[in-house]
Design a protein around this ligand. Sequence first.
Ligand SMILES: COc1ccc2nc(C(=O)O)sc2c1
Length: 240
Amino acid sequence: MRIDVVTIFPEYLDPLRQALLGRAIDRGLLTLDVHDLRAWTHDVHKAVDDSPYGGGPGMVMKPQVWGEALDELCASGTPRLVVPTPAGRPFTQAVAREYAAQPWLVFACGRYEGIDQRVLDDAARRMPVDEVSIGDYVLVGGEVAVMVMVEAVARLLPGVLGNPASAEQDSFSDGLLEGPSYTRPEVWRDLAVPDVLRSGNHGAIDRWRRDQALARTFHRRPDLLDALPEGALDKHDRAQ
Ligand SMILES: COc1ccc2nc(C(=O)O)sc2c1
């Protein structure tokens, strides 16, 4: 997978080159190229924003600069353009899986009050454009949202996670929240690991973990239970 990110703060994306993701990039499992939007300005001040038509607070990112950047970066093909914005559709694990199947993603990081809408409308003439939000809160810019999305997507790529089963068992993969996890010691500050996890009875362990996930989801995210596909809960699940 090829990932390009366009931003006025390229160094903001540096953490993506650390640890697991950094190793995956070094191993060629994905490429990550971060571009400074100001490289496509032509004035001495490298201006990327201007006042909004219709008035109102803040500034809007200029269409000309973005247009030239995307023209150059997307000249060789048809990536999916992903634009983080508070007004976007929710970024979910399902969207992460959808993106992980794409050969090429270009992320456009807005700042200020956002990017002139015509940039997205023009891009949509020649590539799929997705406006997405990572949550119901507003950030200062798109960079942090891009880091969240790149990590969520990259970890799904073959070979990135040491144990592929991790991606199948983590929260949201079966539509439920993950239950609690434990490791040694057996007792810590008089808190003991649940006996079933030390029983060696894998059927009972799997059942206990499923029940824990259902209970946690019911109490913390009942909306996820409502969203489960028909038949996702068996008779035992429904009896919980
Ligand atoms: C101007 O660019 C922004 C500003 C806030 C913001 N908030 C996001 C979110 O997903 O919450 S994406 C995003 C992009």
